[in-house]
Design a protein around this ligand. Structure first.
Ligand code: 0X9
Ligand code: ZN
Length: 441
């Protein structure tokens, strides 16, 4: 992710053409039927292998060459002094292991059968009690787009503090929903923006955002947060991609808009924002997993969210966006290794959040800028929120876990992840409230 387009050919999860897709379905017993009678890609016997931490640039570059190989993909990209998680199909595992051996790097198998974890990730049955208690959200399974939107609308209908509006439509015609929580006292309060589901396969993100929203509405322990701030919440931005991960390919990341002149579908919605668009860590290749799109805000989903943020830019004091996985509290900037001049202030609030989060169940987060603890990547929503919308406090949270399950994080971890993240967000919000009040006297 260090150079422009360096991951130019990561789009290998996508079958190369429709014909091939048809052949694959007909001839491949691993492609199964899902409830809507469409074929869902199977990851039976795909493995995730973890390298030892790499401290050598040549080895790092060599690892990156996997990016162009079909049926090999990165769950976690190789970074200096960090390990990489690499998924390989059954017939590519030996090749990957051989390559590791040639490079002299050790590895371990973190996931032995990706499909098995996916099968166990999301139980069909709900906890009926929870469902009733929470107005349709059980938080014991990953809910579908429709369920989350209906829940949001229902909350708006029954609670005077909550309102719902559509802020735009995805390329497949789905509504992008924005929830506002505001107790109506005190006029124009400072606001906090939260969004989830930029990347389709990171299911814990919409689940966590919805959990936090639920708690802000219903739990009196967080009353002060609603008294002191208005909250704007978009549970799922990449609505088409999210549904696609439920019906066709569990590991889809991008949007679902078709690209002109290629069979490769989708844009990375976290490379598509109009601040420093096209910079390092993004690709101009539509087949890449980090394709930035043909122009800034080419995707209706990012454009809708940006417009909704801009319309409230003077009110919004903090921007929080949720991804997974790695357990990181990321600070700006991501497009450059240079730190913003107010870095230490942003770090101060980030550390308060990470500490409160860890004090809940011991889940440890690292706090720092993406180039320092992850990789450089331009065109993300966090950089845009700070650089273009002028929101000083802008953070990306990479939620649980650190790779034991990765994208297959079981639904049984939703409430714990939600709870600890809520506590982290609450602590940061309270610190922000104090800071704003001190600053304005
Ligand atoms: O690469 C990303 O977009 C994020 N990581 S993920 O594994 N969820 O894909 C990190 C985003 C950090 N912020 C920016 N790059 N702007
Ligand atoms: Zn992400």
């Amino acid at each position: 992710m260090r150079e422009n387009g360096s991951l130019g050919r990561v789009g290998f999860l996508i079958p190369t053409c429709l014909l091939l897709q048809v052949l694959l379905v007909l001839g491949n017993p691993t492609v199964s039927q899902n409830s809507s009678e469409e074929e869902k890609k199977s990851y039976r016997n795909y493995k995730v292998l973890r390298t030892q931490p790499v401290d050598n640039k040549d080895v790092l570059d060599k690892l990156m060459t996997f990016a162009g190989v079909e049926d090999i993909s990165f769950w976690k990209y190789p970074v200096m002094n960090g390990s990489a998680d690499i998924m390989a199909s059954p017939d590519k595992v030996a090749f990957v292991e051989e390559t590791f051996k040639d490079m002299g790097i050790e590895h371990m198998t973190v996931i032995n059968d990706v499909e098995e974890l996916f099968q166990g990730q999301n139980p069909d049955v709900d906890n009926e009690y929870n469902l009733k208690q929470n107005g349709g959200m059980s938080f014991t399974r990953y809910h579908r787009y429709n369920e989350i939107i209906s829940y949001a609308k229902q909350q708006a209908a029954r609670d005077g503090m909550v309102s719902y509006q559509s802020i735009g439509t995805s390329s497949e015609g789905r509504e992008i929903g924005l929830v506002k929580i505001s107790d109506g006292t005190g006029g124009n309060k400072p606001a906090i923006w939260m969004d989830g589901g930029i990347h389709a396969r990171e299911w814990i993100s919409p689940a966590t955002v919805t959990y936090i929203m639920h708690k802000l509405i219903t739990d009196n322990n967080y009353r002060d947060l609603v008294q002191n701030f208005d909250w704007y919440i978009v549970p799922i931005i990449n609505v088409d991609g999210y549904e696609y991960t439920h019906t066709r390919d569990r590991l889809w990341r991008k949007t679902r808009r078709t690209n002109q002149g290629t069979h490769c579908v989708g844009t990375d919605p976290n490379r598509n924002w109009g601040f420093k668009w096209g910079g390092p860590g993004s690709s101009g290749d539509p087949c890449s997993e980090i394709y930035r799109g043909p122009k800034p805000f080419s995707e209706p989903e990012t454009s809708a969210v940006a417009n909704a943020v801009l319309a409230r830019r003077n009110q919004i004091k903090m921007y929080l966006t949720f991804h997974s996985y790695s357990q990181l509290w990321l600070l700006p900037w991501s497009y450059t290794r240079q730190r913003p001049s107010d870095y230490s202030e942003l770090q101060r609030l980030g550390l308060i959040g990470a500490r409160a989060l860890a004090s809940t169940y011991g889940t440890r987060y690292r706090v720092g800028s993406a180039p320092e603890i992850l990789y450089e990547a331009a065109g993300g929503s966090d950089d845009w929120a700070k650089g273009s919308a002028g929101i000083k406090y802008s953070y990306t949270l990479e939620l649980r876990d650190t790779g034991t399950y990765g994208f297959a994080l079981p639904a049984s971890q939703i409430t714990a992840t939600g709870e600890e993240t809520l506590r982290g967000v609450a602590a940061t919000a309270r610190a922000l409230h104090k800071t704003l009040n001190t600053a304005t006297g």
